[in-house]
Design a protein around this ligand. Structure first.
Ligand code: MG
Length: 393
């Protein structure tokens, strides 16, 4: 493997209008925000990464402001000038900074892309090169679609019908207290056989166990993260009381978290978001643990632009990712996206992984310029805050 030497890193704040806003138990994001990491090597190869924070701390404690601050002040100085043989050398360089997984992920992802391009390999092949034999990528990812909280069951059904007609083979519905059992019953009355799952985004507590047990009647593929966003223990108390498999998402930040969840019996499925665990190196450790324990695995998303989504798509093409991933066609998210070509849904609810080196898609600089302008128009604050930030008015 040819090494890379990191010469320069450029951070680009962008925002994009969403084709369809996703309502969750958290509310609705008004538009997509991201910090793109453009990394240049000594030989002129460009690697791309994406941090996908919101403007406010909520789903994640990281924000557009903290990501810029932590990358600029702390993380990028740890990698500038370094010669890297494998992207798995990045986490040890960043270990002096605790937390901030979205920021670390963005740097590491840019290095994965640059190393893959330097070695003229696809990202999927580079991931597989870091796994034991027998994990060659499939060339496609099996995917599903996530549907946000709608005003009525009827409106939800209209969207489900549209998505089924587009070819999606797995439907995920966001739920929250007051929008759960009746929703599942209403959908099952019309679609008794579709592959369906629910995602609570931590909206319930153990006191809701009787309500959550009612969801066992609806033949769900899984219920995702019903309890606390950082909880493993209470999920281990809930799982034995449900026949529906619990899938953990928010509360798994590392392979060690997953070991604990497995030990306690807190989940039967894992949603792995590479950004949530701080990068693909940790993701590969989690992948190996899932394979070892026969734990069904799929890849989640943070509504990434084509920069982040293409890398997740490559990871989702690994054979140990054996349930449909939350990676939809480009038209579900952005029009246009920052990258070309668009991802389109192929047969059997799949998306084909590009075979070009690295992330395999072209990053369109004209569209980045537009997205930088949109960010400035939508959120006209300077990060990190400069000058007088006194609230005395
Ligand atoms: Mg989730």
């Amino acid at each position: 493997m040819k090494p890379i030497t990191i010469k320069h890193v450029n951070l680009i704040s962008v925002a994009l209008p969403l084709v369809e806003r996703l309502g969750t138990s958290f509310g609705k994001e008004p538009f997509k925000t991201a910090v793109l990491v453009e990394l240049e090597t000594e030989t002129g190869v460009i690697g791309w990464g994406e941090a996908a924070p919101h403007t406010q701390p909520g789903y994640s404690y990281e924000t557009m402001g903290t990501v810029l601050h932590v990358l600029n002040e702390f993380l990028i100085p740890c990698v500038i000038g370094k010669t890297i043989n494998s992207p798995t050398e990045i986490p040890p360089l960043l270990k002096g900074v605790r937390g901030h997984p979205l920021s670390k992920f963005a740097v590491e992802a840019a290095v994965w892309d640059a190393v893959a391009k330097t070695n003229e390999m696809s990202l999927a092949d580079l991931f597989a090169a870091h796994l034991p034999e027998g994990h060659a990528p499939r060339g496609y990812a099996t995917v599903g679609v996530s549907i946000g909280i709608q005003p009525t069951v009827e409106e939800t059904l209209q969207i489900i019908t549209k998505r089924l007609n587009e070819g999606y083979g797995r439907i995920k519905l966001k739920i929250k207290p007051g929008w759960d059992v009746e929703l599942a019953r209403g959908v099952r009355a019309v679609y008794p056989d579709i592959t369906m799952m629910l995602d609570a985004n931590s909206a319930y507590t153990l006191a809701d166990v009787d309500l959550l047990k009612q969801l066992d009647d609806f033949d769900l593929l899984m219920i995702e993260q019903p309890l606390g966003y950082n909880d493993i223990y209470e999920h281990s108390k809930l799982q034995p009381q449900l026949t529906t498999p619990i899938c953990l998402d928010e509360s798994i930040h590392s392979a060690n978290d997953l070991r604990l969840a497995l030990e306690l019996g807190a989940c039967k499925i894992l949603n792995l978001k590479p950004a949530r665990v701080g990068g693909y190196t940790e993701s590969l450790e989690i992948y190996k643990l899932c394979v070892q324990h026969d734990l069904p695995l799929w890849i989640g998303g943070l509504l990434e632009t084509g920069v982040g989504r293409s890398a997740n798509l490559a990871f989702a093409s690994l054979p140990g990712v054996n349930l449909p991933s939350d990676i939809s066609a480009t038209s579900r998210y952005y029009d246009p996206d920052l990258t070309e070509p668009s991802f389109v849904l192929a047969g059997s609810s799949t998306i084909t992984v590009p075979t070009e080196p690295g992330i395999g898609v072209e990053v369109r600089r004209d569209r980045i310029e537009t997205a930088v302008q949109y960010w400035h128009d939508q959120y006209p604050y300077t990060y990190p805050p400069v000058g007088d930030v006194s609230l005395a008015q």
